[in-house]
Design a protein around this ligand. Sequence first.
Ligand code: ASP
Ligand code: MG
Length: 408
Amino acid sequence: MALVVQKFGGTSVGDVERIQNVARRVVETKRAGHDVVVCVSAMSGETNALVSLAEQVSGGRPPHAREYDVLLSVGEQKTIALLAMAIQELGEPARSFTGAQMGMRTNSEHNRARIEAVNADVLHENLKGGSVCVIAGFQGVSDSGDITTLGRGGSDTSAVAVACALEADVCEIYTDVDGVYTADPRVVKDAQKLARIAFEEMLELASLGAKVLQIRSVKFAMRYGLPLHVRSSFSADEGTWVMPEEEVMEQLVVSGVTCNKNEAKIRLQSVPDQPGIAARVFTPLGDAGIVVDMIIQNYASDGSTDMTFTVPRADYSRALEIAKAAGDQLSSRSVDGDDSIAKVSIVGLGMKDHAGVATRMFEVLARKEINIQMISTSEIKISVVIDEAHSDVAVQALHAEFIDDLSD
Ligand code: ASP
Ligand code: MG
């Protein structure tokens, strides 16, 4: 007998039939002799609809954070009730729990609360009593008793946090794709499903734009060594196991090729090569809540240097304004930017032990006559910034170069 946490995303519970389908899967697991905790998202489209209502009432200003959380948490509350009923219809005892009821304690940062502790007593008790526990993802409660939410996609993190607190044997993430792929199958038609991937690789893939799992959920699982199984709620096939590095038997040199089109770049030309300059450029950006990703500073000549960096595309015009103000103060020759870029990356644990991976990547892009604008690397990742117009060709060519047929 195992303790299994199952998480079902919005499309998996998108209508009544799908909720009944989830109920059948849960009951199957329960009748196989396991204890089951099910964590659910809001039905697909539900959270967006709530967001839009809040925007209409708030007249274009940011909605009041506390009330916004009261509103957004409604979506998940609807799903837990319906799923618990559907499970009961199949003859198994089930009980629904909101974040507050199940002991999901967070800090009080509304709309992006961090989990502080999970008090698993209520769940343990109910499992012992033979019930399936159906819990609301994405929501928690602060010390002052207020409802909080964890940020979009937060149900993944709820599920993993609960699985860690319960010391579950596995956390299954059911979604509308059947696993983690070597590339976006809409771009690369022979993209393949990975049987296993290490936490570190998944973290890189998630932060590079692969949307299967919220990054924070992967960090949680990694910290606790909890294996995640990402799989489809519409088929019984095995999906992708996300697990500790030591347990991933065959470490691929490159296990994924990703593309992120949500960034823009900004360049300050010819700023003084002196201590404190970078701080004067990036402090006001940080103060404005803008998260800078890649930063490149050139080797200086003639006492001046160029500085280029990327920011989320949604923050581009704000960031450009701030950079222009900083540039004026530092008598930069000019400050310009481009928001039609793509960051294309290759990720793989095996890169650590293989030389020449970067060279191969650059050669592939050269053969396609794609210009590289920026480069950054980590131990298991190489990213390049290129013109957005070439991103599909780049991803396809890199996939063809680095990903062997995994089926043989
Ligand atoms: N319902 C929330 C959202 O749409 C949380 C989640 O689904 O993970 O972001
Ligand atoms: Mg999700």
